[in-house]
Design a protein around this ligand. Sequence first.
Ligand code: CAA
Length: 259
Amino acid sequence: MELSQLLIEKKDGIALLTINSPKTLNALNSKMLGELECALYELELDAEVKVVILTGAGKAFVAGADIKEMAQMSAMEGQQFSRKGQRLMLFIDQMTKPVIAAVNGYALGGGLELALACDFIYACVESKFGFPEVTLGVMPGFGGTQNLARRIGAAKANELIFTGKMIDAAKAEGWGIVNELFAAEELMDKAFKTAMQIASVASLAIGYAKDAIVHGLDMTREDGFRYEAALFGVLFASEDQKEGMGAFVEKRKAVFKGE
Ligand code: CAA
């Protein structure tokens, strides 16, 4: 598939995936959803890539799903569009590689849903967050009702979704949507620095930890503990476990292979 609305740059085990449709504030149309799914699938299979950073070109991360495309949809098309967006969000959960959202501006509607689907969010201080769907006669449809409530609790999710208001970056950080805020000119450097740190340790272990966290959230605590123990045990069959613990004992720096 030709990726006409995305840019991909790879360096030192990090893939920077930029949504590149700044004229429409990177609004997510059906084609873009397909491109994102395709690009992330390829990055998941790319052995050179350890971490993905997702950002937007221009003044927005993503200003939502494409309202002009949605305005013409029938009920069935609306449902299919929602399922397509949700499939992308769920694919990010299934990826073994961490995906960091670097929010560089507006993250609204489907854009906030995309950021919430990532493993964590860094943002610049000027960014704005919200779910304006109710002002358009609809509701969040790319997993936002589920992911926001799980991230920040139902009460704050209710306030954001029911009012359709925008909140600033400081409030989004205070509410626990964003991990950390940076000046606009520092955002990508900081995201890369964290990505480098993640890329330097055992990628297999990170993939398993992500699996335990993502799936454990939908389990009882006891089942989550059991799942964690099972994955923990499997890691003892890896070369990385032998290398990591061996290097500690031998007082040298570990060199991980992701095997
Ligand atoms: N869909 C389609 N086009 C969009 C868009 C969107 N979500 N957001 C912005 N654009 C387009 C605008 O139509 C405009 O295009 P034209 O120049 O051709 O008119 C261009 O991007 C620039 O936008 P503005 O001129 O509006 O820029 P601004 O700086 O004045 O305002 C903004 C910025 C406040 C983000 C405003 O663009 C806006 O309110 N956008 C819509 C936000 C929104 O409602 N998002 C939720 C969509 S619904 C959804 O996402 C459903 C879901 O959960 C699946």
